[in-house]
Design a protein around this ligand. Structure first.
Ligand code: NDP
Length: 284
């Protein structure tokens, strides 16, 4: 493996082993175990795979998991009722609503109905607000995983120019806040940003999360930059690529995440992390 690669699988495995040990100790101490409920509405193929992978990851570290698979015709009311039951279910510490939801269901209403104490995705406004204020809370899994990877590779963040490409609530914004808390000077770019290339070219650290295949080219990246590619895009050929043109950018970067095998495994790992954290909060 190239010395430049940020190996998400490796970092992920290390953290998952730590989680596994922690779960064992918690089982001994409290005679109970953390529990995650995954809620899946409809038949979206990739979502089914994501949920399966998350449950498998739970099993591997000793976290109890259950799946609630609902038909695409499920009403908003039925879904809210299920979430209410899970909010009150003592064996469940984390509730995961797999997105996207069918279009007749109000996504933010549903996400906000998950108790903020069981919001292991870190999407609830209370947890987003806590993150904003720099208080410990459930941190959104993908940006949290990015920070953990940068930490593992001893990437200096303080005082660096970090550019986050994308401003979604689940990746771009929380990633920018976390980098800011690590004392980076952060710029957030989006679809209306002018002089995007110029801004990117000034970045010591780039986090690309826009969902546009191979968008970031070598001419947009400074030599020696640290490049984190969140994007997952499937080409017509079936190949999975990120938002960064890896072949072009890898030679000029100092460190770069591959797709797949970079950010992806870390996202699931931090979901496990949050589920254990939630259990610890519930028993302490
Ligand atoms: P969203 O679609 O919610 O947000 C995309 C963001 O990118 C928006 O802020 C949009 O700007 C911006 N954008 C789109 N096109 C451009 C452009 N041409 N130039 C500049 N900015 C642009 O995406 P997510 O944040 O949910 O996901 C981003 C990518 O990350 C996707 O590929 C997704 O699959 C992947 N992902 C990967 C995860 C992992 O675990 N590896 C986890 C989550 C997501 P505007 O706001 O102006 O519309």
């Amino acid at each position: 493996m190239s010395e430049k690669l940020i190996d998400g699988k490796l970092v992920s495995e290390k953290i998952r082993n730590e989680i596994k040990e922690k779960v064992l100790k918690l089982k001994e101490k409290y005679q109970g175990e953390p529990g995650l409920a995954a809620v899946l509405v409809g038949d979206d193929g990739p979502s089914q795979i994501y949920v399966r992978n998350k449950r498998k990851a739970c099993e591997n570290v000793g976290i109890y998991s259950e799946e609630h698979k609902l038909s695409a015709q499920t009403t908003e009311e039925e879904l809210l009722k299920l979430i209410d039951n899970l909010n009150n279910d003592k064996k469940i510490n984390g509730i995961l609503i797999q997105l996207p939801l069918p279009s007749h269901i109000n996504e933010s209403l549903v996400l906000n109905s998950v108790s903020s104490d069981k919001d292991v995705d870190g999407f609830h406004p209370i947890n987003a607000g806590n993150l904003f204020e720099g208080k410990p809370s459930f941190i959104a899994c993908t940006p949290h995983g990015i920070l953990k990877m940068l930490e593992h590779y001893n990437v200096a963040i303080e005082g660096k120019n970090a550019v986050v490409l994308g401003r979604s609530n689940i990746v771009g914004k929380p990633a920018a806040i976390l980098l800011l808390q690590k004392n980076a000077t952060v710029t957030i770019c989006h679809s209306r940003t002018q002089n995007l290339e110029e801004i990117l070219k000034g970045a010591d650290i780039i986090v690309a999360a826009i969902g546009r295949a191979n968008f970031v080219k070598a001419n947009m990246v400074k030599k020696g930059a640290i490049v984190v590619d969140v994007g997952i895009n499937r080409l017509d050929t079936g190949k999975l690529v990120g938002d960064v043109d890896f072949d072009e950018v890898e030679p000029i970067s100092d460190l770069i995440t591959p797709v797949p095998g970079g950010v992806g495994p870390m996202t699931i790992t931090m979901l496990l992390w949050n589920t254990v954290l939630s259990y610890e909060k519930s028993v302490s």
